[in-house]
Design a protein around this ligand. Sequence first.
Ligand code: ADP
Ligand code: MG
Length: 259
Amino acid sequence: MTDTMQSPAHIPAAAGAEPIIRIEAVDKWYGKFQVLTGINLNVAAGERIVVCGPSGSGKSTLIRCINRLEVVQKGRIVVDGIDLTAGGKNVDSVRQEVGMVFQQFNLFPHLTILQNCILAPMRSRGLSQEEAETIAMKYLTRVRIPEQAKKYPSQLSGGQQQRVAIARALCMTPKIMLFDEPTSALDPEMVKEVLDTMIGLADDGMTMLCVTHEMGFARSVADRVIFMADGKIIEQAPPQQFFSNPQNEKTRNFLGQIL
Ligand code: ADP
Ligand code: MG
């Protein structure tokens, strides 16, 4: 609790509580290329983390490991008590707990907004169509586009599509939300509506890991900013400290380029 802009509703887990995400000594290779080296990261329930760093530093790979879209060759990843490195049978259960939002929205183009939102809850959670639709409308209302439910993704703006992607992820009632540069593909005038949606989630206490270079968002929402370079976590600090007094030269160079 370091930032004066923390919302009062935000109560991070007590220090010493079991972290909801535990990453220990993780190494990962793509073939012979080592993409992650010695990654250690604990995330408390309710914590909001922003991950930044140069292109190619391994940010996407790291967060994709958390819902096992990528496997690691060394080390351990435990998400809400589920050991992802222990064997294949845990994959489905972790995907139900971890929602992910991508740069390119990844909505199914041939399905309506509502159909996009009810698919996974019906298939993975076994909800009836009626139950799934009720939940979908709740979250589409939450992201302020319930009136778009019967349309197809191509009929929506980029900002609206990304808000649908967030609503779709929320329909699985995840405990953790991962965002991989969710505003990078948007026209500038649509960035705010998506960030506002993310701020709303943060205010509700969602555990969030966001890869983003939106440093205003990092300053106002993050509990911790993590800087990656060359597959390693180089530096991490609360935003105030991270921006005002970066310790590593690579961090200073990076901030000099983007701020
Ligand atoms: P970032 O998100 O920080 O830009 P990524 O995690 O996407 O970084 O990629 C890190 C490095 O791994 C880059 O050099 C990239 O080219 C490489 N890489 C990413 N995905 C793959 C893959 N599926 N196969 C081989 N190399 C990959
Ligand atoms: Mg990336």
